[in-house]
Design a protein around this ligand. Structure first.
Ligand code: SF4
Length: 339
């Protein structure tokens, strides 16, 4: 039977408006995503099923890097909902990292010695289908300024904590006034040395790295590390490289963590190209995570054995400083576990 192909309409080639406007105009309808990318209508029922479990959200700046008419595009695979997200498979659970057991205060997760994670924003600029927090109860972890006091008191009281990690959602989805306020509170805690920000926003909407962000980032006394989340070299276009430049000029150390994903980056050439492209953009590869077994994402899973073989082959191609560390996060362990 002939498939109906929807003509691709990728919208404007370059993005306009502030990052907030770009975020508010993100594609949030699976039919629009399929239509914009010229996918045959056979993808739509599955996309609608997955969307009901975890909503579609893809900003134009990211859509513009996806090849039209190619359902196998590695960027599309990360954002297109599929019917098999509804499958329940043994071992794939709602909270694979058991984060709910490590929350001494609202918005604060303390799992590892010396550092804590603050849920600075419940929102993301993109909904990645493999996200280990796709079922996270964000509504219970979105503190107001007054509610942050409990987390800040916890930080003040524990002098062994030297690093605050802003996470989410995506912490840079919060507005700069709120972030500047939070960072001001953090830098007033004498034993805190480092501010780490885990974000995908500079990749998804590079215009997020604007003057308002750079102002508070440049001003803080804390050492700054931004850990980006990039899984494929095609995610790094010139606008992303320019955003990385701006971050580096603000004194930020740039690292990247990737997730090893079936049919996205599970081959050695793709991983080597990713490391090379990261370094060209001034980013050091840091971690390659195996998938956290979150319910709805089993189709992205790559076995440990295959992951180890891939990384062994990668070592033959890359200098050591471009090799990400292959790790798994195991609930209850005091650090990531090397594979
Ligand atoms: S938390 Fe990160 S991986 Fe999860 S949906 Fe948001 S941007 Fe994607």
């Amino acid at each position: 039977m002939q498939e109906n192909i929807i003509i691709a309409d990728k919208g404007p080639a370059s993005q306009t408006g502030t990052w907030q406007q770009q975020l508010s105009q993100a594609v949030r309808d699976p039919a629009v995503l399929c239509q914009r990318l010229g996918l045959s209508d056979k993808w739509l029922p599955g996309a609608r099923t997955g969307h009901q479990l975890f909503e579609v959200c893809v900003p134009d700046a990211y859509v513009s890097r996806i090849a039209p008419g190619d359902p196998g595009d590695p960027l599309l695979r990360q954002v297109l909902p599929l019917a098999n997200e509804a499958l329940s498979l043994p071992g794939f659970v709602a909270d694979p990292l058991e984060e709910a057991d490590h929350q001494p205060a609202s918005g604060l997760i303390h799992k590892y010695a010396g550092r804590v994670l603050l849920i600075a924003s419940p929102a993301c600029a993109i909904n990645c289908r493999y996200c280990f927090r796709r079922h996270f109860p964000y509504s219970e972890n979105s503190p107001s300024r007054a509610q942050w006091q409990e987390a800040l008191d916890y930080l003040r009281a524990d002098t062994s904590i030297h690093e605050a990690i802003l996470s989410g959602g995506d912490p840079l989805a919060a507005n700069d006034r709120q972030l500047a306020w939070l960072v001001e509170q953090l830098e007033a805690i004498p034993h805190l040395k480092r501010l780490r920000i885990h974000t995908r926003l500079p990749v998804v909407i590079p215009d997020r790295v604007d003057d308002a962000l750079l102002d508070w980032l440049s001003a803080t006394r804390l050492q700054k590390v931004v850990v980006l989340h990039i899984n494929h070299a095609n995610e790094i276009d010139q606008s992303v490289a320019d955003a990385c430049d701006r971050l580096k000029q603000a004194g930020v150390t740039l690292l990247n963590q990737s997730v090893l994903l079936r049919d996205v980056n599970d081959d050695v050439t793709t991983l080597a190209t990713l490391s090379e492209r990261l370094f060209e953009a001034g980013i050091l590869p840091y971690y390659l995570h195996v998938l956290d077994p979150v319910q709805g994402a089993a189709h992205f899973d790559v076995s440990d054995e295959e992951a180890r073989k891939l990384v062994a082959s990668l070592r033959d191609l890359l200098p050591g400083f471009l090799m990400p560390r292959l790790v798994r996060e195991i609930p209850g362990k005091g650090s990531k576990t090397p594979l």
